[in-house]
Design a protein around this ligand. Structure first.
Ligand code: SF4
Length: 679
């Protein structure tokens, strides 16, 4: 039974949800598993409601404990051999008929490092398909692309979270950690905090200055702030000369973004623009952070770049106690993007089109470099491709979390074979031909890499219930049936991952379980056992060929879809305190309250004849969704907000626009044109 203690009464581990990876201790008792916050530099002992209640899913009645296969239109219980044979027979038939790339794999940013690594290897070695990507593409890929472009390397926070607490000024662009990762706010001082968000969120209410721009205009805002820094003589010229290239082109690009023009476009008052720059430039230590609000746009990479340019002009990146960083969202959003489940990457954060990278990884895998397929299509392109006939999903629920979700749902229904590994019947699993029941976080070992680039351990408290296997076991079972035997043992997989990462940007070669235990986590890169790890990056040089950070000129352009006569409002989407991602887990926790809603300004509601709590329908060119109205003057009167955690009629992603960023392939979740009516 669940909660049975295996060898020890407690396990020191980390939360299964977001990238803060709060430290917790689990204790198995007679009535269930107790969760307690544990002191750690990121959470300082704190947990949010999601973390406190995470163990409620271990014994949940919705828990899957045996495989399901679809027969005659309905799912029925099956044995593991039957389910695995169904999967492998289907894969073989589809690949024989349509080619190897017709079988696709879709991973998740919550998978452990080992799983992310094993999934990439499974796709490229056992399936020999180039068609693999993951839901992190929908999360922080624009920040990753901008970081690579500017610094030659992307690590969400290139410094420890604790550095943020010591900063005198923090500019937070498109982040609401007071709801999404509440213990993080222990590192924020409201007096020095400036928040950029179209909504007056819980985080914005903490701040001494809140900039509330029109959705889709953050890039212009960033350029405008840099324009002021230049015209007011606040650029750190010595730093720019010594540590960067390309400033002149950026200076020219922002020269016509004078404050009054920025105010007219963004709605942010000129005085607030000036105050923001003066505070950042006047601080002894200052940090610029971006998150999904800046990143989830069809120009997300350029938007993040605008704020990286600002940070560089002020001399922040690579200076102790200061810098630029991205607040990664998913539990292993950092590690999940380093080990090869991305369409364009191999383990160690290597580019899949780099011959040297292919040769190194091929040697670890024991294959010919020419046999490693890829690159493949990005997440949304994968989830809308007619060439894909079979899809295997691990750790994701794209029927709720993908943009234009009704179309994605139709696409999922139309595959010849849909296989989902999950521990509950998520909306995606409910569409599957085969469902494979997997273990939860408290039932497995592994490593994750938190938002600071610190590699930490997930430790098992209890064995999974009978009939349930870990994702690594499922991948090993499938690999073996496909003639490629692999280990399902987390330590063995981690050691292989370390070898595969050696010499890459995200080098884990010197990181062992023993070191993680002894040191409370190890920051990558850590190339050998004697290396101390790298809490602060870029102190001496950036990871570019000449060691200098690159300014990149970027230009504002409208959102892919702007309001018009038919759809006169902006729609933006996001998260709420009590729910996580697609909600497949947190919606099932009774102790986590939360219902879908549409947030709109009272003036707009009055105009539309909408009452607080009354049902409203939000329509876009892709479909409509209905939820109760929540009136709030915290949102602009031209904008409505919906949380994206919900399914059915209230599925916000039915509405969102899959217009893709040309560099990161990030969809435009954060802005589209909408119409609202009383339902
Ligand atoms: Fe911490 Fe995030 Fe878990 Fe909340 S969801 S307890 S902030 S790791």
């Amino acid at each position: 039974p669940l909660g049975t203690v295996v060898g020890m009464p407690a396990a020191d581990t980390h939360c299964p949800y977001c990238a803060l990876q709060c430290a917790m201790t689990l204790r198995a008792g007679m009535t269930g598993v107790e969760v307690e916050g544990r002191e750690f530099p990121t959470n300082r002992g704190g947990l949010c409601q999601k973390g406190w209640t995470a163990a409620d899913l271990l014994r949940h009645p919705d828990r899957l404990t045996q495989p399901l296969v679809r027969d005659g239109g309905a799912l029925r219980p099956a044995t593991w051999p039957e389910a695995l044979d169904r999967v492998v027979d289907g894969i073989r038939a589809i690949q024989d008929r349509h080619g190897r790339d017709a079988v696709a794999v879709f991973g998740g940013g919550g998978l452990t490092n080992q799983k992310a690594y094993a999934l990439g290897r499974f796709a490229r070695v056992a399936l020999r398909t180039r068609t693999i990507d993951y839901n992190g593409r929908f999360c922080m890929s624009s920040a990753a692309a901008a970081g690579n472009r500017a610094f030659g390397l992307d690590r969400g926070l290139p410094f420890p979270v604790a550095d943020i607490a010591a900063a005198d000024a923090v500019l937070l662009v498109g982040a609401n950690p007071a709801e999404t990762m509440p213990p993080f706010v222990r590192h924020l001082d409201g007096a020095g905090l400036i928040v950029v968000d179209p909504r007056r969120t819980a985080t914005a209410r903490m701040a001494s200055l809140h900039l509330q721009p029109t959705p889709g205009t953050d890039l212009a805002l960033g350029n405008g702030l840099l324009h002021i820094a230049i015209t007011e003589g606040l650029v750190d010229k010595a730093y720019v000369d010594a540590r960067t290239t390309g400033f002149d082109a950026v200076r020219a690009a922002v020269s016509d973004w004078w404050p009054a023009r920025v105010e007219r476009l963004t709605g942010v008052p000129v005085a607030d623009l000036h105050a923001t720059v003066e505070r950042l430039a006047g601080a002894r230590r200052a940090v610029v952070l971006t998150a999904r609000g800046a990143e989830q746009h069809a120009k997300g990479t350029d938007t993040v770049t605008a704020f990286v340019n600002l940070a560089l002009a002020l001399g922040l990146p690579g200076r102790p106690g200061s810098g630029y960083g991205c607040l990664t969202g998913q539990g292993n959003g950092q590690g999940g993007r380093e080990h090869g489940q991305k369409a364009d990457q191999l383990p160690g954060y290597r580019r899949i089109d780099d011959p040297a990278a292919r040769a190194h990884v091929a040697a670890v895998w024991g294959v010919d470099p020419a046999d490693i397929p890829g690159p493949g299509p990005s997440a949304y392109e994968l989830l809308s491709s007619d060439e894909v006939r079979a899809l295997l999903v691990f750790g994701s629920n794209p029927a709720v979390s993908a943009p234009r979700a009704a179309r994605v749902e139709r696409w999922l229904r139309g595959r010849d074979l849909l296989v989902v590994a999950d521990f509950v019947l998520s909306e995606t699993a409910a569409l599957a031909d085969v469902v494979l029941p997997t273990a939860q976080w408290a039932e497995e070992d592994g490593t994750l890499t938190n938002l600071e680039g610190r590699v930490i351990r997930r430790r098992r408290l209890a064995a999974p219930p009978p009939g349930v296997r870990t994702d690594l076991e499922v991948l090993a079972d499938l690999s073996a049936r496909l003639g490629v035997p692999t280990s399902a043992e987390p330590r063995v997989v981690f050691d292989e991952l370390r070898r595969a990462s050696a010499g890459g940007a995200a080098d884990y070669a010197g990181i062992t379980y023993d070191r993680i235990d002894a040191e409370g986590g190890v920051f990558w890169p850590c190339p050998d056992a004697a290396h101390p790890g790298t809490p602060r990056m870029f102190l001496d040089r950036f990871a570019t060929p000449d060691g200098r950070a690159r300014f990149v000129p970027v230009t504002h352009r409208p959102a892919a879809e702007e309001p018009d006569a038919d759809f006169p409002l902006y729609l933006t989407t996001g998260r709420v305190l009590t729910q996580y991602q697609s909600g497949a887990q947190t919606r099932r926790v009774a102790a986590l309250p939360g219902e879908p809603f549409v947030e709109l300004h009272p003036d707009l509601a009055a105009r539309l004849g909408v009452a607080d709590g009354g049902p409203v329908t939000v329509a876009t060119r892709r479909g409509s969704a209905t939820a109760p109205a929540r009136l709030s003057d915290a949102i602009r009167a031209d904008t409505v907000f919906m949380p994206f955690h919900y399914a059915g009629a209230a599925r916000a992603n039915t509405l969102t626009n899959p217009a893709l960023d040309p560099v990161s392939r990030m969809p435009e979740f954060k802005v589209c044109a909408a119409r609202v009516t009383a339902a």
